[in-house]
Design a protein around this ligand. Structure first.
Ligand SMILES: Cc1ncc(COP(=O)(O)O)c(C=O)c1O
Length: 490
């Protein structure tokens, strides 16, 4: 493909992408294929001779689309949203064209510099404390990671390294590894598995803690656990608080947890992967109370801020603790110039050396939507979740399990025997229609169906449509159950 063909094919591809997203409502949300479908559709090895563009282009519909779960369909209500917008897609094209690996300032100055400014813009957008911003001229600052899981892991490794250093005077005869074997971190039982996995990978103990009736981790529970573990000779060093849990969008009590962490010199990391975007709207910021006590905070603009995957924003109160944990000086890497503003060397802020120019999509999106456009988007999505909640509440056969806070509704069939079996069956049958797609979670041990507002194309008509499908499927599941129990009784 030469430049001229690239220009032509590029325009065709943009048209294809625009048509795909514009007409996505017409495609079944979930594919009807069996595992292994794709291998049967393409040759077993790469072609010896180049193929034509048309051959490749036609295979998008023949090979790929039949196996795509359409995350941006307005009837996709599973998991949490995955960001997507025209400006985000265009920014990624530019990032691919520049194609730099911005591991240090010198490796591509704009890549580092735009990221530092965008992380400050984002922090202001969410109302985060100033000490997280580069503009505060303190040790704080932000970095774009690929995912929230990486952000949790990176923060935990920084906390681990600090904890080992701090424990040295008390345990002068122990090696770092022996001290590490005493370290323990905490999370709520509602936290994402990313937290537990981070602890597993870092070889530290992790203790999930129980939550209150609102599924919130409270200070008292944490304090009891810390005292118990200290009594056993362990060293509590890291608490992961979640704002907007994956299962039900519950919020841990940052104020209470933060006060304990400060008093006990424990690192507090806040995972707001999904809910973070809502803090663009001041009316949702009460959940943020206590964030000034956190050592690190992350959220995924690639979930709910219209930013295409991947883009997870992580801030640190003291970035030198992360750099100290990660730094290995490689002589081949060019040093920063002596003059000008100090810039972070982002290679020391993440696991990989290489990094994409991801701040471009933040820049495009924040400029092209503006703060008001982003607020409008979040508010509309929250309103749609409340509309769905109202529909569920009007139908006596169902119950809302936890009040809707943001864009997620959790509901189930209200059953005399309170059984999970029928709710499981209901979700199964709903997803079999392939017209809408939902997932489930467990709340206090009970099976609950999650309905998330995910696509930027979802409107009230789509919610009414989805609710209609849910009601219709529920009717047939309940009828089938009634017939079965009648015939058993006869
Ligand atoms: C609260 C929370 N934390 C972490 C994650 C993991 O996100 P990622 O895929 O960015 O690692 C999720 C995913 O939904 C989440 O909801």
């Amino acid at each position: 493909m030469d430049t001229e063909e690239f220009r032509r094919r590029g325009k065709e591809m943009i048209d294809y992408v625009a048509d795909y997203l514009e007409n996505i409502r017409d495609r079944p949300v979930y594919p009807e294929i069996e595992q292994g479908y794709l291998r049967k559709l393409i040759p077993a090895a790469a072609p010896q001779q180049p193929e034509s563009w048309n051959a490749v282009f036609q295979d998008i519909e023949r090979v790929i689309m039949p196996g795509v779960t359409h995350w941006h369909s307005p009837r996709f209500h599973a998991y949490f949203p995955c960001g997507n917008s025209w400006p985000g897609i265009l920014a990624d094209i530019l990032s691919d064209a520049i194609g730099c690996i911005g591991f240090s300032w010198a490796a591509s100055p704009a890549c580092t510099e735009l990221e530092t400014v965008m992380m400050d813009w984002l922090a202001q957008l969410l109302g985060l404390p100033e000490h997280f911003m580069f503009s505060s001229k303190g040790p704080g600052g932000g970095v774009i990671q690929g995912t929230a899981s990486e952000a949790c892991y990176v923060a935990l490794l920084a906390a681990k390294s600090r904890a080992i250093r701090n424990a040295k005077p008390q345990y002068p005869d122990l090696s770092d590894e022996e001290i590490a074997s005493k370290l323990i971190c905490y999370e709520s039982e509602q936290a994402h598995t990313a937290a537990e996995r981070a602890a597993m990978l870092a070889f530290v103990k992790c203790r999930p803690l129980s939550t209150d009736q609102d599924l919130s981790l409270r200070g008292e529970v944490l304090e009891i656990a810390i005292n118990e573990d200290k009594g056993k000779g362990l060293i509590p060093f890291y608490v992961l608080a979640t704002l907007g849990t994956t299962g039900c969008c519950a919020f841990d009590n940052l104020k209470e947890l933060g006060a304990i962490c400060q008093a006990q010199d424990i690192w507090l990391h806040v995972d707001a992967a999904y809910a973070g975007s809502a803090f663009i709207c001041p009316e949702f910021r009460s959940y943020l109370e206590g964030v000034e006590l956190a050592d690190s905070f992350n959220f995924n603009p690639h979930k709910w801020m219209l930013v295409n995957f991947d883009c997870s924003a992580l801030w640190l109160r003291d970035s030198s603790l992360l750099v100290r944990a990660f730094m290995i000086d490689l002589p081949i890497l060019i040093k920063q110039p002596e003059h000008g503003e100090a810039m972070p060397d982002y290679r020391h802020w993440q696991i990989a050396l290489g990094r994409r120019f991801r701040s471009l999509k933040l820049w495009f999106i924040m400029r092209l939507y503006g703060v008001e456009g982003l607020q409008k988007y979040i508010r509309e999505q929250v309103n749609l979740a409340h509309e769905f909640e109202r529909m569920v509440n009007k139908d006596g056969r169902f119950e809302i399990v936890i009040p809707v806070r943001l864009g997620l509704a959790c509901f189930r069939l209200r059953l005399e025997d309170d059984s999970d079996k029928l709710n499981e069956k209901l979700l199964d049958e709903i997803n079999k229609t392939r017209l809408i797609h939902l997932t489930h979670t467990k709340v206090h041990g009970r099976y609950v169906i999650r309905f998330a507002i995910c696509s930027r194309f979802t409107n009230l008509k789509d919610i009414e449509y989805s609710w209609h499908i849910i009601q219709k499927v529920a009717e047939s599941v309940l009828q089938a159950e009634a017939q079965t129990s009648n015939s058993t009784n006869n």
